[in-house]
Design a protein. Structure first.
Length: 514
């Protein structure tokens, strides 16, 4: 009996150890990240699939809307960011004046605590993370703060859910043969319809049309405002099962198709014959170019400036400008499964043997120092001005010097899920338990944006930007009325063929202990 009791207690002890160890499984500890020159920006728990927790995909979307303004108060190595779009007590955005008032109050408290705060203004595009679970769960987060914007569930959990697509207005989700359109700001389902053929890859929306690549070798295009009207169709040589890519600069998109093709189309807006002359309508897409590789294309293309980068199984890398042809072509002489990452005038690919190769994005030339390739890599995660970060086959976060290809260090263990980030230098890794971590190089409070896509700032009607009061970097608080701005802010004033808010700090710590 005593031996049995010891065995029972032994199993309980072992189970407790395993549970404790699993809490950090698949994450990067902060001390290890610090050795790579990284700091944790935020972490949070993702919405997970009810039946297969590890089967969630993450994509990133850079909004094309005007840049978002934030007011930052920094002291003793800590920074409080006040977003001008956060809501006040009246339910309206606090605006620049409300953010300044909150900063003034915080500065007063910090000075009272004997600190010397610095107030500054930053403008940066709004960037979102879009998480899709295998059972139809959708979640949108602010990529810089980790704040959950909204979550929703669509479709049937027993049907396959493709990774969702996001633009500035809508989130498009493919569940089985059903296509769902959700409002990008709220997650509210605004329409749904059934595709006439089974999707082979995720549907996407661009310029008021929804495109559905299908398993029977067709590209279907529905008008977003009239999805029940017979769609425009294009017949491929084979099935389309690989994710597509959109070039926002040229309004073109690329669709891979079996056996070894990639088709390129334009997605224009214009005045329809017989339509209203004062309103742009979605026109039928136009085929521009077809690429025929030597072998199958099994990784998604990526857009870079006015071109697309396409990789084939045999290791070919093409730079193609739709309508013009191939700009350059090179070969790694190795199988390419993973989607390439294009950032900072460079392209990085991972071969099936785990080697990382870096190329100049405009010429296709191998980058200096990358002749002897880094081994044992699985995915390129992010690129900064001087570093490239990859996830290794063994599940480690690896930092590589960009100019030399030299490995600088490793951190973490058992990393299995991560985001390949073509938008910024931020690093996103996800544990098996659903904890998402965001890392950045130390001292970089604002993300490095690889390509500016923000709309122009409002003008005064004469082509000049509107004057907007903004705080200068200072150590003195602005004069105010002494009221508590954290209690509530004020709004800132201010013809087609069918086929062919920040809370007030608590306690003695002016930063609230965070």
């Amino acid at each position: 009996m005593m031996a049995m009791s010891r065995n029972i207690f032994g199993w309980i002890w072992v189970s407790a150890l395993l549970l404790t160890a699993s809490l950090g499984f698949g994450q990067v500890p902060q001390p290890e990240a610090a050795r790579l020159g990284l700091e944790l920006k935020w972490s949070g728990a993702l919405q997970q699939s009810r039946f297969e927790p590890s089967r969630s995909t993450i994509s990133i979307w850079q909004s094309g809307l005007p840049a978002k303004t934030t007011i930052e108060v920094a002291a003793t190595g800590k920074t409080v960011v006040i977003d001008t779009t956060s809501l006040g007590a009246d339910g309206k955005p606090i605006g620049i004046e409300g953010a300044k008032a909150q900063a003034d109050m915080l500065v007063k408290r910090l000075k009272y605590a004997g600190l010397k705060p610095v107030v500054s203004e930053r403008k940066a595009p709004t960037i979102f993370l879009l998480v899709t679970s295998s059972d139809g769960g959708i979640e949108v987060l602010d990529a810089e703060s980790g704040q959950a914007m909204w979550s929703a569930t669509v479709g049937e959990y027993s049907m396959p859910t493709f990774p969702a697509f996001m633009n500035d207005k809508h989130v498009i989700v493919t569940n089985g043969s059903m296509i769902y359109a959700l409002e990008a700001t709220t997650g509210k389902t605004i329409k749904s319809f059934r595709s006439e053929a089974a999707p082979g890859a995720a549907a996407f929306e661009w310029n008021k049309r929804v495109y559905v690549p299908t398993v029977n070798g067709r590209l279907l295009s529905y008008e977003f405002d009239a999805p029940y009207v017979e769609p425009w169709r294009f017949v491929f040589a084979g099935r389309s099962m690989i994710p597509t890519a959109i070039n926002r600069e040229t309004n073109t998109f690329a669709v891979p198709s079996e056996p070894r093709y990639a088709y390129f189309f334009s997605a224009p807006l214009g005045i329809k014959p017989g339509g209203r002359s004062d309103r742009e309508e979605p026109l039928s897409p136009s085929p521009l170019t077809r690429l025929e590789a030597q072998t199958q294309i099994i990784s998604a293309p990526v857009a870079y400036k006015d071109s697309f980068i396409v990789c084939s199984r045999s290791g070919e890398i093409f730079s193609i400008k739709p309508g013009s042809g191939i700009t350059w072509m090179t070969s790694t002489s190795a199988v390419l499964y993973e989607r390439p990452l294009a950032a900072q005038d460079s392209i990085f690919v991972v071969t099936d043997a785990g080697h990382v190769r870096g190329y100049h994005a405009l010429t296709g030339n191998l980058l200096p120092g990358w002749e002897s390739t880094v081994s044992l890599a699985e995915q390129v995660l992010a690129v900064s001005n001087d570093r490239v970060y990859v996830r290794s086959i063994s599940g480690k976060l690896v930092a590589i010097e960009k100019d030399t290809g030299k490995v600088l260090g490793m951190a973490g263990d058992n990393l299995r899920h991560s985001l390949s980030n073509p938008v910024t230098d931020r690093i996103y890794v996800v544990s098996d338990s659903g904890t998402l971590q965001c890392f950045a190089q130390k001292g970089l409070n604002s993300p490095l944006i690889h390509e500016s896509l923000a709309a122009p700032e409002p003008t005064d009607g004469k082509g000049k930007p509107k004057a907007e009061a903004a705080p200068k970097a200072t150590t003195e608080p602005a004069e105010g009325d002494g009221s508590d701005p954290f209690g509530g802010g004020s709004a800132d004033a201010g013809e087609e063929k069918p086929d062919a808010g920040m809370d007030a700090p608590a306690g003695d710590d002016p930063f609230g202990g965070n």
